[in-house]
Design a protein around this ligand. Structure first.
Ligand code: ADP
Ligand code: MG
Length: 273
């Protein structure tokens, strides 16, 4: 079967016009995501997670290698890939419903139909009673739900989510994770979900791919076989989290900053193999 998302040996270099130095954001990274799979891309800050997502979204082009979506090269952003960022940007002068309907304006639908679709997806994220509210009246979690409804309204084949719950408090994040899983199960989408939170990755994913900074590429690819619905407090889930942390600990490039104390020792460890 053709995978929904496929990156065979992708590299991305960002030139810096001012210094003349180049940043190798990704080097020979290969990743494959099947249709309807929920993949979490996990890795420390700066390892290229957003760069990879932006390549799939069509916001950036690879320096080497190819980015394929449903078997076709990605050349531009498109409605088949819905992107959700950490900080949702809503139009402050539009109502919540108008924000969700905004993306539908190119689809040649009647205004009544646009409203119907917007309402449907606001209901699905639990915000139907806020249809007439404006962005400044919403909490961070509510804004993120509007952003999700706006993307879902376009019925994309894949959701590309870049640390979407990273700025939310723990309780709101847990609730939105559950809503996302419910939506994913009802609407069947392929999901590429970027996070640096191990617990979040294990709770959500069918599979966790660990991205290490260039030139290390994908450091580990870990299936999470726990049946759904999952219980975030179950022993099974805790064990999977511990197992993944064990995998991370064996990747020297993924040492978290808090664990690098003092820094000199880590460098010695690395050099010594
Ligand atoms: P992550 O999302 O894992 O934190 P990024 O993909 O944002 O990592 O960044 C990977 C590396 O590429 C970083 O060193 C970052 O500074 C660099 N980078 C990302 N985008 C650009 C850009 N547009 N121009 C120059 N460098 C960039
Ligand atoms: Mg990022």
């Amino acid at each position: 079967m053709i995978p929904m998302i496929e990156l065979p040996q992708v590299s991305k270099v960002f030139p810096n016009q001012e210094t003349g130095q180049h940043v190798q954001a990704l080097q020979d990274v290969s990743l494959r995501i099947e249709e309807n799979e929920f993949l979490c891309l996990l890795g420390p800050s700066g390892c290229g997670k957003s760069t990879l997502l932006n390549l799939v979204a069509g916001f950036e082009r690879p320096t080497a290698g190819r980015v394929l979506f449903a078997g076709k090269p990605v050349e531009n952003p498109g409605p088949d890939r819905g992107v959700v960022f950490q900080d949702p940007t809503l139009f402050p002068w539009l109502t919540v419903e108008q924000n969700v309907a905004f993306g539908l304006r190119n689809l040649k639908l009647s205004p009544v139909e646009c409203r119907r679709i917007a309402r449907r997806f606001l209901t699905s994220v639990g915000l139907d009673s806020f249809a007439g509210a404006r962005a400044h009246q919403l909490s961070g979690g509510m804004k993120q739900r509007v952003a999700l409804a706006r993307v879902l309204a376009l019925d994309p084949r894949a959701l590309l989510m870049d640390e979407p719950f990273g700025a939310l408090d723990a309780q709101t994040r847990d609730r939105l994770q559950d809503e996302l899983l419910r939506i994913w199960q009802n609407h069947r989408k392929t999901v590429l979900f970027v996070t640096h939170n191990v617990e979040e990755a294990v709770y959500l994913a069918d599979r966790v791919a660990v991205l290490a900074p260039a030139p290390d590429s994908i450091g580990a690819d870990v299936p999470i076989a726990i049946p759904r619905p999952r219980d975030r407090f179950s022993a099974e889930l805790r064990e999977a989290i511990m197992a993944l942390m064990g995998v991370l600990a064996d990747l020297p490039c993924c040492v978290l900053p808090s664990q690098i104390e003092p820094a000199g020792e880590t460098i010695l460890l690395r050099e010594g193999g």
